[in-house]
Design a protein around this ligand. Sequence first.
Ligand SMILES: *Cc1c(COP(=O)(O)O)cnc(C)c1O
Length: 464
Amino acid sequence: MEYVSTRGKIGKIGFLDAFLMGLANDGGLLVPSEIPVVPASTLKEWQQLSYQELVLAIFSYYTNGEIPEDELKEMVYASYASFRDPEVTPVRKLTDDLYLLELFHGPTFAFKDIALQFMGQLYTYVSRKQGKKIHILGATSGDTGASAIEGVKGKEGIKICILHPHGKVSKVQELQMTTVLDSNVLNLSVEGNFDDCQGMIKELFNDLDFKANNHLAAINSINFIRIMAQIVYYFYAYFQVAKETGAAEVNFSVPTGNFGDIFAGYMAKRMGLPISKLILATNENNILERFVLEGVYKPGDFRMTYSPSMDIQVASNFERYLYYVLGEDAAKISELMNQFKSEGQIVISGDALAKVRSEFGAHGVQGQECLDTISKYKAETGYLLDPHSACGVAAANKYSGDGLVTISLATAHPAKFDEAIRLCGIEQQYPEQISSLFEKEQRQTRVDGSLPDVVSELLKFYNA
Ligand SMILES: *Cc1c(COP(=O)(O)O)cnc(C)c1O
């Protein structure tokens, strides 16, 4: 499998080159040159695989044979060794037509661990094999940062800098990032919101000299490897639910911010997994809901919500989906993205919009609805949802009644978001790994929201 850019000026390139390039050098996003379709007979065989075996089976379609089998296997097993559940991503039944896919059993208690623990292994592998310096640079709405840092802290040849929006991540998210004191870790706490942080990252990656001179490497879901790793649990969850219920087809409901996780679901569907609808759950930052319902992609005013990891207006991965829904027309995507830059919106209509609406449902969950969903499920089933997972469940309920089982993605453990849980009048017990964070020393550098300030801190860090 080779990779091309959504804007048509990069490609075809190999797997490791795509991994290292992150954002495509023409400003677009890298996608597989063709989406592999898995034969029905293979799908049937995959039902019996363990999570790790399934990872290897799916990765084999994407890695272009560039990593020796035994080394890939070692990395995959090491990536999931730190997970607290032997199934890695177990499925739980909530009601007859609603299942939860628990994605938070990794070391930082959110779904980002599934891709980022593997990417940590892969960066270490490349650094060792190619003798390369690797400077990971990323923005986080809270969970990516913690997970990426966990994946590479203390690793030789690798430095990591993460920008997070000051005061706009949960306390536990902040502690998970800033209590890691290894000298290869820099946390920048930025005046502004996540979109500001992500905007600066994209600007630095688009400066090709700066990117090359400073060995920049991406861990945000602009990196296709994130998507690749996340495709796996859609298959795994479907197999578990199909075994239990006999379902031939299911829906997935996905709490969405950057369109990364749900785009992995879209890839799974295109690969042949029988998914009826992908239900896109957002919070009040609902640009993607408005796109699915009206065909208008236009950022609104930034809002702080109970689900801070989804407080995103400009969704990086949206460009990947747009590329596919408009028939893989790179010239058209370049034109639309330029228009987005100059006019601040993209509008689609007609057949393209009809296609979007046939593939996706969408629901923007309001604050009170999120809290009510947490309270309702705690009272009725005893299950404590985190506020992001609650958005997924609320959206799933909105689309229930089509006779299919919906699998809703539980993207974080509730202990990461006690601020919202407490507002529901619920007291929870923290897992030990989280309660111990409150005793630890923190280290972070405050910066104003300007790019020069960020660059100056980065250069100090790289030259230290
Ligand atoms: C990152 C995150 C999301 C959103 O995922 P995207 O890939 O950005 O759409 C949802 N929930 C939690 C807990 C997250 O950390």
